[in-house]
Design a protein around this ligand. Structure first.
Ligand code: NAP
Ligand code: MG
Length: 453
């Protein structure tokens, strides 16, 4: 069997290998998932709920182990990695409430009874990127399982370890064999097979917009359901009337968290011209305090980038640009890059327009509310964003005008497991998390029962 090296991005060293599955092994796993579906969908709602709650408890028992695995494999800070493992636990507990509440309707009709059922789809294929291996896996496999589907999940080649461990923990919690399988391997082999295999009835993909489009096109062939979470180039809009200290204190985390490898990163900073210099001075003080260091340290705010390739891509955007200021980063082994603030010359600069997926933010001044909205929407993406203002009316007007799926006012947080998350425009299709995501793992069946007269 082929194997893939797993690298610690903080020092660049290979520390283990994992199998890389081929087509035959992928097909065999999908067949097992298809067989397991027949039984899993018939598990009584209360029993399915209990199994998911037990799975959550087992994740809780292994929280530190999972977190440390992610620090080593993805270079996430220990604080973030603990949150990520806790997020899997929380999502399991949240959707454990779903099986007993997955009610259909009874619709009045003449001559009989009309009822609807939310039927599970079958086997669901989930393709996960390397930037948030645990949460993004959980946002897919948990509601899929809760709705009665079985799951095959392909982790990113760079970061397979926590997903593999979660599948082991599922068995430990008592989930039946083959209900949740993790299949490490290449996107072009394992991931592509989810698209072409007729037994896989839905694909959830998170990753680049380019690959997402090819997945969507491929799924059309079998009218396969698809959820896409793609790239972003989100705006952080700071109005002159905002609490500038609070906005400046929050701005580094809004883009440099997870070393900027976050589809929600507020990587375009729009500042009202009248406070531009004052805000930038405050921002600089906060960037200087943002600690890029060994991710195992409790004090670390940011670790390394995921790979040498990612670092080269990021550096390519910074070379030749107007650097306003930079933070610091360790030198030596590992894929380190300092937090970097660039001044955009115009909205045509590549670093203003393209998703960099690194610790780089582009800054541009704006004159008034209308220009801020125009600049914020001048992108094919529409995932997240922030608005900083003390004017409630303005907060509402701008919130309704910015074309993105997950906005925050006087805050940079976009992810809560009980609220919907996803993108507008080319940032995605469908929504994850929250009360509605469950139904996207089902199809509605309408049944009419005649009274026989
Ligand atoms: P990617 O190529 O889109 O990979 C994401 C996932 O899709 C990985 O599991 C990958 O497998 C798999 N994949 C790749 N090609 C596939 C195919 N033809 N069919 C099915 N699955 C396939 O993303 P990337 O190369 O890791 O990152 C490139 C850029 O995408 C980043 O720099 C960033 O701009 C963006 N990105 C966005 C997000 C997000 O959260 N929206 C996440 C990650 C990346 P392999 O591991 O084998 O490649
Ligand atoms: Mg790729």
């Amino acid at each position: 069997m082929n194997v893939t090296d797993v690298i610690n991005p903080a020092n660049g060293a290979v520390f283990t290998t994992v199998p890389s599955l081929g087509l035959e092994e992928t097909d065999a796993a999908i067949e097992r998932a298809r067989t397991a579906f027949g039984e899993w969908r018939r598990v009584a709602p209360g029993d399915r709920a209990r199994l998911l709650r037990r799975f959550a408890a087992v994740v809780e028992d292994h929280l530190e182990e999972l977190a440390l695995l992610e620090v080593r494999n993805a270079g996430h800070t220990i604080g973030n990695a603990r949150w990520e493992a806790g997020n899997v636990r929380d999502v399991l507990n949240y959707y454990a409430g779903a099986p007993e509440r997955l009610s259909g309707r009874q619709i009045p009709v003449p001559g009989g009874l009309d009822v609807t059922f939310h039927e599970p789809l079958g086997v669901v294929g989930i393709i996960v990127p390397w930037n948030f291996p645990m949460p993004i896996a959980g946002w897919g496999f948990v509601p899929a399982l809760a709705a009665g589907n079985t799951v095959v999940l392909k982790p990113a080649e760079l970061t397979p370890l926590t997903a593999i461990r979660l599948a082991e923990l599922a068995l430990e919690a008592g989930l039946p064999e083959n209900v949740f399988q993790v299949l490490p391997g290449k996107g072009s082999v394992v991931g592509q097979r989810f698209v072409t295999h007729p037994a896989v009835r839905k694909v959830c993909f998170t990753g680049s917009t380019t690959v997402g489009k090819s997945i969507m096109a491929g799924c059309a062939d079998q009218v396969k359901r698809v959820t896409l979470e793609l790239g972003g180039k989100s705006a952080n809009i700071v109005f002159a009337d905002a609490d500038l200290s609070a906005a400046a204190a929050a701005a580094p985390g809004a883009v440099f968290d997870n070393a900027g490898q976050d589809c929600c990163a507020r990587s375009r900073l729009l500042v009202e011209a009248s406070v531009f210099d004052r805000f930038l001075a405050l921002f600089q003080e906060n960037v200087a305090k943002f600690r890029t260091s060994d991710p195992t340290s409790e004090e670390s705010d940011m670790g390394p980038l995921i790979s040498a390739g990612q670092r080269a891509t990021v550096a390519g955007y910074v070379g030749g640009a107007d650097v306003a200021f930079q933070g610091t980063a360790p030198s030596g082994d590992g894929f380190w890059f300092p937090p970097t603030v660039l001044l955009a010359r115009s909205a045509d600069d590549p670093h203003w327009r393209e998703e960099i997926f690194g610790p780089v933010v582009s800054v541009l001044p704006f004159r008034d509310e209308a220009e801020a909205i125009r600049l914020a929407n001048d992108t094919e993406y529409g995932l997240s964003g922030s608005i900083w203002t003390r004017d409630v009316g303005r907060a509402l007007r701008v919130s309704r005008s910015v074309e993105t799926g997950a906005l925050s006012v006087n805050s940079n947080s976009s992810v809560r497991y009980w609220t919907p998350f996803g993108g507008m425009k080319q940032s995605g299709l469908g929504r994850e998390l929250g009360p509605d995501a469950l139904l996207s793992f089902t199809d509605v069946k309408n049944v009419f029962i005649s009274m026989g007269e």
